[in-house]
Design a protein around this ligand. Structure first.
Ligand SMILES: C[S@@+](CC[C@H](N)C(=O)[O-])C[C@H]1O[C@@H](n2cnc3c(N)ncnc32)[C@H](O)[C@@H]1O
Length: 197
């Protein structure tokens, strides 16, 4: 089933129906400094995009599935956010070419959703899309060890996997810890990390 089929048919078990709690905490903490723009790749219904907007950071949600459009619009309306804010772009992360780089990139349930063979390419794209002094924030999920017959998505993802992708590109983790709050079914399976060059 394609991503677009999943959204059109409402088969979206990953959609927790609210902002990821660790992102809400990160935005409240001020750790993102004076960021003015954010990119949320694979944003789906857009809960995290809306959270950036509510924190005063202009956010672009990017998703390859056109059927996300009405879902995103409905969620934006639920949060009473104007359609001129919280922009949704339907495009492929691997070819997306915006006019400007972003101050923040937030990855949650995107890196784990793409085939592991594409992860190097994910890191190249993050490097290209993030401003030189920008912040990459990753909520690393699912940090699990399924059996050999397991087939994703989601594909297991651990801090050392993300570090191996980013370190060769000059990123270092300025924060890497277990979040204090997670969506209930994801407790113990997540790490929050902040990366800078
Ligand atoms: C597991 S879902 C996560 C959605 C959202 N982050 C959430 O937590 O609810 C992964 C999302 O990535 C999108 N996606 C997959 N491949 C993509 C690509 N190459 N470019 C942009 N979006 C993509 C899918 O359409 C889907 O909405």
């Amino acid at each position: 089933m394609s991503w677009d089929d999943a959204w059109r048919e409402g088969r979206t078990p990953w959609d927790a129906g609210d902002t990821a709690p660790p992102l809400a905490e990160l935005l409240a903490s001020g750790e993102l400094g004076h960021a003015k723009s954010a990119l949320v790749p694979g944003c789906g219904g857009g809960w995290d995009v809306l959270a950036f907007e509510q924190a005063g950071i202009r956010a672009v949600g990017l998703d390859v599935a056109p059927s996300v459009v009405p879902v995103f619009a409905a969620n934006r309306a639920k949060r009473a956010i104007d359609a001129t804010r919280a922009r949704l772009v339907i495009d492929d992360f691997f070819t997306f070419a915006p006019a400007e780089r972003f101050d923040v990139i937030w990855d949650y349930t995107f890196l784990c959703a793409i085939p592991p063979a594409w992860r190097e390419r994910w890191a190249e794209r993050v490097d290209a899309l993030l401003a030189p002094d920008g912040t990459l924030a990753t909520l690393i999920f699912p940090a699990t060890h399924p059996g050999p017959d397991y087939v994703g998505p989601p594909w297991p993802l651990h801090p050392e996997d993300v570090r191996a992708l980013l370190q060769p590109r000059g990123f270092r983790a300025v924060k890497l810890e277990r979040p204090t709050r997670s969506h209930p079914a994801r407790e113990g399976k997540e790490w929050i990390a902040i990366w800078r060059r």
